[in-house]
Design a protein around this ligand. Sequence first.
Ligand code: HEC
Length: 157
Amino acid sequence: MKLRVLVFTIAAIIITSCGGEGKKEEKVAAPVEEQKAVVETDPMKDKGVGPITSITLGEIDQKMAEEGKAVFLANCSACHKISKRVVGPALMGVTERRTPEWIMNMILNPERMVAENPIAKALLAEYLAPMANQHLTEAEARLILEYFRTKTSATDE
Ligand code: HEC
């Protein structure tokens, strides 16, 4: 008789200590909160993920911008227009909402950007089609950046 009571008591203790379901749910929810926090941080401080970690910009170089326009028209215009949303976002003023590093990393490394960067992830969720990697060189991506610098809210096209 005494032994049965003991077995019951032990069983009860084991069952009670396994009831951690509520705690597990809390742990699953945490990363989502963290992501939200990152999205709410200043996009003009986000450099993205990829080969470009730091760029210093000088005055706009019109010759580079012209060359960048040609690279853009050849590689990007199937999905992007400057002043109108198509498959991807309109790129007018993109240098005013993203850092130069983020823009170049989006061009050179879109697969990891949409997988890991909170801003790019949010864009993918909105536009649904993933941005294609056009396998440009860093120099070509830099020319496109220069072209984008000439397409700000202060210009028109
Ligand atoms: C197959 C279509 C496609 C091609 C080609 C493409 N993009 Fe994109 N791009 C997108 C989409 C769609 C997005 C939004 C993010 C997503 O859904 O992946 C995007 C996002 C971007 C962004 C971020 C815009 C913002 O508002 O922050 C930049 C910058 C950009 N693309 C530049 C380029 C450049 C430069 C090229 C050419 C080298 C290019 N894209 C080629 C589809 C494309």
